[in-house]
Design a protein around this ligand. Structure first.
Ligand code: URA
Length: 247
């Protein structure tokens, strides 16, 4: 596995406690490394080689974690928040303490959100230069037309310096729906604040409901109910990583 790290960092990374708390545990003799009681927080540990125990429980090391969350409404895309529950708090079985969401979904948006501690992968997925497609399902107030499809393709003025990059708009249901609503799929490669909502505002319509269903090669698992999460499979992680290699 990776490089040697300090024992206190190893334990804190794996959510055994804060740095101060794990130092206490070491001082009390409750931590062993390769069957020897540990005495120094700065002792170097080789993850995957040294065996670390708290009392009788082995504390394995996980270097990188990747979770797919079906984000529910009402939860904020942040690691900490004074007022609202965060997406990170929904990953109950996370081993590491340093997960963060890759990008943001609005508080009232549902759907696919990747949480990881892999900063370099996150950077690749979020950079507009990498042209990673993000597809959303939305319910719209108003009748979405073929003119709108063209306008999305050509780029819209949403009050930024530049027009939006070409976006794919697909009408799923339009005229027949009750009360002049439409259902659509929209694919964008950027991630500006409230981007999809602002794009529909630019064509005089309103997003009533928004759910992200894919990000690059990653597709929301239909079995996940809002609020549920699962680890990415090896194949999914490979797909994401291969994306960063070719771009
Ligand atoms: N566009 C939005 O307007 N909101 C989101 O949460 C994501 C994309």
């Amino acid at each position: 596995m990776g490089k040697a790290i300090r024992l206190d960092k190893y334990l804190a990374d794996m959510k055994v406690g804060s740095r101060a708390e794990v130092k206490q545990l070491i001082r009390k003799g409750r931590i062993t490394v390769d069957d020897q009681p540990a005495t120094k927080p700065e002792q170097k540990i080789e993850p995957g080689v040294s065996r670390v125990f708290l009392d009788r429980e082995e504390i394995g090391y996980v270097e990188k974690e990747y979770w797919m969350l079906n984000k529910p409404m009402g939860v904020v895309s942040a690691t900490e928040d004074k007022q609202f529950a965060t997406v990170v708090s929904l990953i109950k079985d996370a081993k590491r303490k340093d997960l963060f969401p890759v990008g943001r979904l609005d508080k009232d948006t549902e759907g696919l959100l990747l949480l990881t501690n892999d900063g370099s992968l996150a950077h690749h997925l979020l950079s507009p230069k990498k042209h990673v497609d993000k597809t959303y399902f939305a319910r719209i107030e108003g009748i979405v037309t073929n003119e709108d499809v063209k306008a999305f393709e050509e780029g819209l003025d949403i009050g930024e310096e530049k027009k939006t990059m070409p976006a794919g708009l697909e009408i799923l249901e339009s005229e027949d729906l009750l009360e002049g609503q439409s259902k659509i799929l929209v694919t964008i490669q950027e991630g500006k604040f409230h981007q999809v909502k602002r794009m529909f505002e630019a064509v005089g319509k309103k997003v009533l409901f928004l759910r992200r269903i894919s990000m690059g090669p990653l597709v929301l698992d239909e079995r996940l109910k809002p609020g549920e999460a699962r680890k990415l499979t090896k194949e999914e992680i490979q797909l994401l990583k291969s994306l960063t290699r070719i771009s």
